[in-house]
Design a protein around this ligand. Structure first.
Ligand SMILES: [Ca+2]
Ligand SMILES: [Ca+2]
Length: 474
């Protein structure tokens, strides 16, 4: 609010013109509240009237700073001390994704790193300033749904792609203002006017689902199609490295080079006779069921009477020896293929004893059994997808019971991506709403029977999973 006062000899009334089109008449004092966020200069004119309605005028310029109405913490997140520039983090899988309207993380589809390079939004810059202004540098074009772009910004000679998107919609840089506020549990960002961030779906209101000082996960909703859209933004320079190559520091490994028992500084045996999923094996720590031989770990499932069960095997975990968050895990393995065996290479949340499954999160790098015809199946389990999981089976590898392959997980804030021999086959979007931002540990086991293993071959005697190495990079 700005207070004005004027004084002229023999004047009886004053008209204040505030430079916005608004005016007020008074006997000498006026107050006016400027609302346009940021620093602006206004041309003020005051007219002083005499009793005979003669008048004199004076012109003044005033500069007014209107503080944005944003919540301070969110303003600092978006704009730092003065200004921050954000870009789509194209170097991460799931940097752009969509999902069910009742979820706060992607569920339908996730873009692979750099896969939208032909669209106009990777070079866009989203600049937030502490004075509440927002600049969208488009580098000449933006990416969005054709219907919303043409409705709101005008027609174009470009035709939409098969998904109804215009990949390089011509749009000049523009500037507007923004407000970031808490709304209950949600952090809301509203870009005023027609301003937007990321892929345009006609919306100007976003929720900031996850953030740290360099990363923001933004959600908005396409009201027309009832789909939620997400982008991960980064305030850092976007890497040019493929996501599979982003973790290069070998932090932990077992090459299985010393024959005999497992290295107890790296692994723990889980021993027991009663397991989940209707499995029928006893897990033992005996060399009969697991040992290092020929430079490999061998997990050996056997038919034998043992503690009331008819089969034995081994399940080894890195829990308490190697628990970690984010990175790349490589496991080079050859799996058993006898019907009834259920080999698995996987990770489980290290808090599994306190929060219980599936709140702890489970990441299955490889599961194979007769139920998936001994194909590579990779699955993510969390509380929202309890039993079924976000799962994918690739039929590309038909020799996994005969040959070694490298099964990998690349795990970041943005995504969990599964690879065979460095080739990705399944991307799952990560989010702070999911249990994949805390420690997990590695599990290697061969179960017998159960929900996935199914009926055990009547002539089963023994079968072995061989693991050449396990390596973790960060
Ligand atoms: Ca652009
Ligand atoms: Ca080895």
């Amino acid at each position: 609010m700005v207070k004005f006062s004027a004084n002229a000899t023999n004047a009886v009334s004053y008209s204040f013109r505030f430079g916005t089109g608004d005016s007020k008449t008074s006997s000498g004092n006026a107050e006016y509240t400027y609302t346009e966020v940021g620093t602006k200069t206004y041309d003020i004119k005051v007219l002083a009237y005499s009793s005979t309605n003669n008048y004199i005028t004076i012109d003044k310029k005033i500069t007014v700073y209107v503080k944005p109405d944003s919540e301070q913490g969110l303003l600092e997140l978006l704009a730092g001390n003065s200004s921050k520039t954000w870009k789509i983090n194209a170097a991460q899988d799931a940097h752009f994704s969509n999902g069910s309207p009742d979820k706060t993380y992607s569920t339908y589809w996730e873009a692979a790193a750099f896969s939208k390079v032909n669209a106009g939004f990777y070079d866009d810059e989203y600049i937030f300033n502490v004075d509440g202004t927002y600049k969208h540098k488009t580098n000449e074009d933006v990416f969005g749904k054709a219907s919303y772009l043409t409705n709101d910004f005008g027609s174009t000679s470009q035709s939409p792609n098969s998904s109804g998107e215009i990949e390089k919609y011509p749009l000049d840089d523009y500037q507007t203002t923004f407000v970031a506020k808490k709304d209950g549990d949600e952090n809301k960002l509203e870009i005023n006017g027609k301003g937007f961030v990321g892929f345009y779906v006609g919306q100007h209101i976003y929720t900031i689902e996850c953030y740290d000082s360099d990363n923001i996960y933004l959600r908005t909703q396409d009201e027309g199609e009832n789909v939620a859209w997400y982008v991960w933004l980064t305030a850092k320079t976007v890497s040019e490295t493929h996501p599979k190559d982003q973790f290069t520091n070998l932090v932990w490994s077992d090459e299985f080079s010393d024959p005999g028992a497992l290295d107890s500084s790296k692994w723990v045996h889980e021993v027991g006779d009663s397991w989940y999923n209707n499995e029928v094996q006893s897990y033992t720590s005996r060399l009969d069921n697991s040992k290092v031989e020929d430079g490999k770990l061998k997990i050996i499932a056997k038919k034998e009477s043992y503690n009331g069960n008819n089969y034995t095997s081994a399940r080894i975990i890195s829990n308490t020896k190697m628990d970690f968050t984010y990175g790349r895990v490589d496991i080079k393995a050859k799996i058993p293929g006898t019907k009834g065996t259920w080999p698995a290479l996987w990770l489980l949340g290290s808090n599994f004893k306190t929060v219980t499954w599936p709140k702890c999160g489970e990441i299955d790098v490889l599961e194979a059994a007769q139920s998936n015809n001994f194909r590579v199946q990779s699955t993510v389990h969390h509380p929202d997808n309890y039993g079924e999981g976000d799962s994918h089976i690739t039929n590309e590898y038909t020799d996994i019971t005969e040959k070694f392959h490298i099964y990998s997980l690349v795990w970041t804030k943005q995504a969990l991506t599964f690879y065979v021999d460095d080739k990705p086959h399944h991307i799952v979007g990560n989010s702070c709403a999911l249990p994949f931002n805390w420690n997990q540990f590695i599990i290697l086991n061969v179960a017998m029977g159960g929900t996935m293993g199914g009926e055990i071959s009547p002539d089963f005697v023994s079968d072995t999973m061989e693991i050449e190495y396990v390596r973790v990079y960060q």
